[in-house]
Design a binder for this molecule. Structure first.
Ligand code: ADP
Ligand code: MG
Length: 506
């Protein structure tokens, strides 16, 4: 039966077939088997290219040879334009050799026309597999993005710390110089140094606050779904001699946190476990309720039968850059610990050489777990794809703002000055909200907003302003745009709140 498993919904099916009768027969077979869908038929390269340029089918069913066109050509065109869409040969004349060649060239399946009983189930299966693969790619993508953000945060935190120490003398020395000299030139130089020190310090502080502020959105994570995703991701890299066992004792259990981050924790632990079992063994991930000091908690246990660790290794496990592997980074467990602790949880390890290793995470159970109806889907990030134009001439701030807002799900357009902003607007149209620094060159913030109003913009604006500066006084704002002023130095949480408020999504 094609319809066992999750329903496929209405399908878009492309038939590459020169015979209208044959095409109709195929449609009937699928409709009779309970597949719903709309059908398109064509039999030439030009038609196929034109159609695929504006339409993506869920599946392509193709004859092998047609006058002036062949199934192999159709397959190549499909792979070129929509590589992920499944393709099935349906032919009256397919010998075994041709069939093998078809699969070789990237077809997902082949079916003989006069024994079409297999068609509907083959179609359903190919579509399900393609969708699963796309879901896997999406999850992998999300994971890579989270890992990049994670390493960026680690880097920025380390850098800020070092810079702070280096800048310290710049804040102290000018006072000493002023005390020791009456020479106005020397005093002026001391002022210049003091000003640089102050600005450097401020940049470091705002970099730190960006790192903290660009924390990913939090949501209710259902363990069952998290484990499914982790299982799927692991399967693609699981050696044949490792036996993976996943178990969630209670399918209503949930925690509050960032889905991708928590997924990354489990993957890091699982990959370490796999690497510790070069001769294979059992890797198990178990989620269950456990008694904690202050009430019931969630325990996630990741256990392997690998080489284990001696005491000295266990002690250094969570130090940055500690690794015993030739190609290791020594950052996996550091970031696990950071993420788990940011969720108000703890991580414990027990291990013996030769006997394997067990990591236990204790996390707060989501209070409302079980009471809510569903919630298996992650919450949409705050930005929901809204377009935001950010105009700022200070490159560091611009790129940090861009990264932080993108991590919230906004679609970003960045411009370093008023003229670049105007070009963006002319090319790509108006954003949903604009965030502009009051000190941008070429056009002032006020002029830019007035220009935007003249172009039809009626959305909100957020203006960044040096604290106490009030360069962007009320009278300067065009009357049709509501302006919200944010003082610098920036705090990311305040920026997020201001943007959400301005859009009415806060
Ligand atoms: P990396 O995997 O890049 O070495 P990690 O922070 O993930 O960095 O791990 C640090 C070290 O901890 C590893 O190099 C390894 O020596 C040890 N380790 C981590 N997990 C395990 C495990 N399951 N079994 C044995 N050793 C482990
Ligand atoms: Mg690791």
């Amino acid at each position: 039966m094609p319809n066992k498993g999750t329903p496929l919904g209405p399908l878009r099916i492309l038939l590459v077939e020169d015979s209208a009768e044959d095409a109709e027969l195929l449609c009937d077979q699928m409709l009779e088997a309970g597949l719903e869908g709309s059908f398109e038929r064509l039999d030439s390269e030009a038609e196929m290219r034109a159609l695929l340029a504006r339409w993506t089918p869920d599946i392509v069913l193709s004859d092998l040879s047609m006058p002036g066109f062949s199934g192999y050509q159709a397959l190549r065109i499909l792979r070129e334009l929509h590589p992920q869409v499944p393709f099935i040969f349906v032919s009256g004349t397919m010998g075994e050799e041709t069939a093998v060649q078809a699969l070789h060239e990237g077809a997902n399946d082949y079916i003989i026309k006069h024994q079409p009983a297999r068609l509907p189930s083959a179609v359903a299966r190919a579509i399900r597999e393609a969708r699963r693969e796309m879901e896997r790619l999406r999850v992998e993508d999300e994971l890579m993005r989270a890992q990049r953000l994670e390493s960026l945060a680690l880097l920025a935190a380390g850098l800020s710390h070092d810079l702070r120490n280096i800048l310290q003398p710049l804040l102290i020395v000018p006072d000493l110089i002023r005390d020791r000299s009456d020479d106005p030139k020397v005093v002026r130089l001391a002022d210049v140094i003091a000003e640089c020190g102050r600005r450097g310090h401020e940049m470091v502080e705002s970099m730190l606050s960006f790192v903290r502020g660009s924390r990913l959105p939090s949501e209710r994570i259902v363990l069952q779904r998290l484990f499914q995703a982790v299982g799927m991701l692991l399967k693609s890299s699981l050696p044949g001699n490792v036996d993976l066992h996943l178990e969630v004792r209670d399918d209503r259990m949930a925690v509050e946190g960032n889905y991708t981050e928590l997924q990354q924790v489990l993957l890091n632990l699982a990959l370490n476990a796999i690497q510790a079992m070069p001769d294979g063994g059992r890797l198990s991930l178990l989620a269950e309720r456990a008694a904690g000091a202050d009430g019931e908690r969630l325990r996630i246990r990741v256990q392997d039968e690998g080489v284990g660790m001696d005491e000295a290794t266990v002690k250094r496990l969570f130090s940055p850059f500690f690794t015993t592997k030739a190609g290791g980074t020594g950052l996996g467990l550091v970031s696990c610990k950071r993420i788990v602790e940011s969720l108000d949880g703890s991580i414990a390890v027990s291990s013996r050489p030769g006997e394997g290793t067990r990591f236990d995470l204790l996390l707060p159970l989501h209070a409302a777990a079980g009471e809510r109806k569903d919630g298996a889907m992650p919450a949409t990030p705050a930005g929901r794809g809204r377009r935001i134009l950010v105009v700022d001439d200070e490159a560091t701030r611009l790129s940090l703002l861009g990264n932080a807002l993108a991590s919230q799900g906004y679609r970003l357009r960045l411009a370093a000055d008023g003229a670049a902003a105007m070009r963006h607007l002319q090319e790509a149209g108006m954003p949903d909200v604009v965030l502009v620094d009051s000190g941008i060159p070429l056009l002032s913030a006020g002029q830019l907003l007035t220009e935007m109003q003249d172009m039809g913009y009626r959305g909100p604006a957020i203006v960044l302003e040096e604290n106490g500066d009030e360069a962007f006084a009320d009278g300067l704002a065009p009357s049709g745009i509501s302006v919200h002023v944010l003082p610098r130095p920036l705090e990311m949480q305040r920026v997020f709140r201001a943007v959400a408020d301005a859009l009415g999504t806060g």
